[in-house]
Design a protein around this ligand. Sequence first.
Ligand code: NAD
Ligand code: 2HG
Length: 470
Amino acid sequence: MSSPRPIQKLSEDFRTAVNLSTSPGAVSTSPNASYINQARPRSYSMAKPAKALKPFSTGDMKILLLENVNETAIEIFNKQGYQVEFHKSSLPEEELIEKIKDVHAIGIRSKTKLTANVLRHAKNLVVIGCFCIGTNQVDLEYAAKSGVAVFNSPFSNSRSVAELVIAEIITLSRQLGDRSIEMHSGVWNKVSARCWEIRGKTLGIVGYGHIGAQLSVLAEAFGMHVIYYDVMMIMALGTAQQVPTLNDLLNQSDFVTLHVPETPETKDLMSTPQFAAMKDGAYLINASRGTVVDIQALVDALKLGKLAGAALDVYPNEPAKNGPLFNDELNSWASELRSLRNVILTPHIGGSTEEAQSAIGVEVGTALTRYINEGISTGAVNFPEVALRSLDLDQADAVRVLYIHQNVPGVLKTVNNVLAEHNIEKQFSDSRGDVAYLMADISHVNVDDIKSLYQQLEQTTYKIATRLLY
Ligand SMILES: NC(=O)c1ccc[n+]([C@@H]2O[C@H](COP(=O)([O-])OP(=O)(O)OC[C@H]3O[C@@H](n4cnc5c(N)ncnc54)[C@H](O)[C@@H]3O)[C@@H](O)[C@H]2O)c1
Ligand SMILES: O=C(O)CC[C@@H](O)C(=O)O
């Protein structure tokens, strides 16, 4: 194994990988058309140095980082001069509420629940970073309506999850977990009964997105036949085949692996009828979200011998920190599940590799910095995606207006009346559901006028949040 690379190098590699400029405002995983059309030519050419913007009225940027967010992100924030408070685990709700009152940004992973009840205390909050793929732990709609943009890392840990699943397929089919536990307790148990090669077996992938598709390619390299079920029509990779229903997948697969998001539709997607539809002696793998499997029903199917084994990485309730906490108090079936043979249990580590965590730190850290410093929301998961090219260094009297508002008719007329006292250099606005976001660069602004400009915008009827950068 090579030692971890210096952070600067990682950051450069990431930028090269996504093929964008070295401007901190330029990293994107899903550039929308407006971003490409408006921001690209100038930021790519790097013809003129960009003006570094500072916020009006926000004071020092305070960032709360929970759940051991990677040091690559901390380094990015420190470099910006933000005040960073770092915690290794998530926080109990009351403590979280106390801390969130004060901060402008928060970085979390999958454990911290940013519910409406928590977010309504976050009076200064501008942006949330989910340093992971899943965003189900955040009330995205409430955040958007409060003017808080949410960013995640859509695929930086996909490969790590896919590799874990490959390992689990082999581990289950060879009963490696049981043999290892036996040897650790001094028992030599050399058996071949019900141990199989994976070559020629059918892998059924439920959810053929970033992880499912990556896994499909790896599994075929091992000689597996791959079928998949997805609510969308998705192009097959290799010789994989999409099947029309979940039941079609279940009754053909030797291994069923789940890669769907947590949604109301995926709750208990796998329960008693679905286990009954699986082939006798098949295996189930879940590294998506704990709510997707009815675990009591899985325990029953395993006890009956209907399934030959299972691997679980995620659970409906997961401990907030490391320790001997996976017990019946947390999940009523925990000790029953722990006692079963050929069941691999891992503590939500699908994306927990050095490579994935470093890359996620850089990606989400950069997205947050870009949004805080320049207002660019490209890649936000809950928010209109808006970008403007940077202001030039010689535009000393220019101000960037960031105005989040309710998406109702007539707002822009009011706002442009306020802005029209100055020269509008460029502006761009977009909406998503009930929320709209306007970015405008205006020039010929006297520094003494900024306060009045801010107050006028703050007083407009449908305003959600205003930020001025100058
Ligand atoms: N264990 C871990 O550490 C870990 C790491 C990363 C991601 N995850 C979880 O894995 C999930 C999948 O990740 P991804 O990056 O592949 O997501 P993705 O969004 O790229 O793909 C999800 C796929 O599921 C499909 N889908 C949605 N609802 C469905 C349904 N009801 N039935 C069938 N298909 C459905 C979507 O159309 C999409 O193709 C994430 O949402 C996250 O919760 C877990
Ligand atoms: O790192 C985590 O806590 C979550 C990992 C994974 O579930 C994700 O959603 O990316």
